[in-house]
Design a protein around this ligand. Sequence first.
Ligand code: P6P
Length: 342
Amino acid sequence: MSSISLTRFLIEEERAGHVNPDLRLLIEVVARACKSISVAVGKGALGGVLGDVIASGAASINVQGEAQKKLDVLSNEILLEANAWGGHLAACASEEMDHSQPIPDAFPRGAYLLLFDPLDGSSNIDVNVSVGTIFSVLRCPEGVEQAGDEHFLQPGREQVAAGYCIYGPSTMLVLTIGHGTHAFTLDREQGSFVLTQKGMRVPEETKEFAINVSNQRHWEAPMQRYVSDLLAGKEGPRGKDFNMRWIASMVADVHRILTRGGIFIYPWDRKDPGKAGKLRLMYEANPMAMLVEQAGGAASNGRERIMDIAPSQLHQRVPVFLGSKKEVAEATRYHLEHDANP
Ligand code: P6P
């Protein structure tokens, strides 16, 4: 059977009325940028871009006081440059990016707003673990010449497209334009993404959970009870044994869940009570939630659907429970029951 490239897939989706030329171009621009990032990531130490950004003798520190990895900054620049000539309104790079580098304000007016986390999981780069680029696409409100933060503040259900590119043993682009979730594998010889999984489906039930258990003592009560019951296995209230995975790279953990099911959780914790969670709503939780829901899964913040959350800040954080629909519902039930009977 002849292979279907991303370009051909998008043309067929356009013929089906699922995507218009503007959005098709934007997705192609992002995919092209991801190919460049894949080359840079794939070089590893040979590319001279591992380690922290060394600026004026000290590692560059981002707005959160975290050392920025050179590849983070390079990936951000690749996406911004691609977006510039892609003719779409400003991308909103993740807060981790050094905002002292002003995003070029010469972006021409476009129909869409692009948000992205250029290299999520970048702390794994130096230990050669899969990392990824996450992106989300929203419509730009009519008549806006230069998008401001306020134009990006739309709930996740308004996304017209979402995806990630995972830089692992193979580079894969996983994409939804609202008609299923599909995976494309980069054919390095041809230099194009080829459709390898059409219509990914997340099994409704699972025996596998992903969470950083070292934070357990900082979780709220329903979260403690939920995970304790998972760990109790078939002797416990869940009546079955569970397996655990935690790669500490959201793209890699979510890709596993899209491929074989599971539940991914990054809950609120008391480590930093002022933060609503670790993961960002606009360019981590929302795009992943759209991909997972389009694959038959679910995504909640422990109490409500992630894609119904009305954002108040561009870089706001949110607790994340996503994956197998029945397991997300079970985790959410623990929280709602606790709220009803604290
Ligand atoms: P922890 C990576 O830094 C990230 O934002 C996600 O990709 C990942 O799921 C999470 O943080 C890992 O967090 O606390 O386990 O290091």
